[in-house]
Design a protein. Structure first.
Length: 90
């Protein structure tokens, strides 16, 4: 899993039929200091996260499992909206 910040939405009126009804977000992975880390990712969002929120992101086969449909052609999915992030670097 990765922590990422929602930075945008994707609208696609024409898409592969199995993707109909799914919501897509543009997310930016972040590090423990909430700073950008890596490239932006397009992820399926079944939870309704909004721009500026942090989310937990899974990729690869875990994304398909999270959506409970092995027929979906996706490689990233939001599995949680982060309410609070606390890291003890003691």
């Amino acid at each position: 899993m990765k922590i990422a910040r929602v930075v945008g939405n994707v609208w696609a009126t024409h898409k592969e039929q199995r993707l109909t009804g799914l919501r897509f977000l543009i997310v930016q992975p972040v590090n423990q200091d909430n700073e950008k880390e890596g490239e932006i990712i397009v992820a399926v969002d079944p939870l309704g996260a909004g721009i500026g929120q942090n989310v937990l992101l899974v990729q690869g086969s875990m994304a398909v499992q999270a959506l409970r449909n092995t027929e979906l052609p996706v490689d990233a999915a939001v599995v949680a909206i982060v309410d609070k992030l606390e890291i003890n670097q003691g």
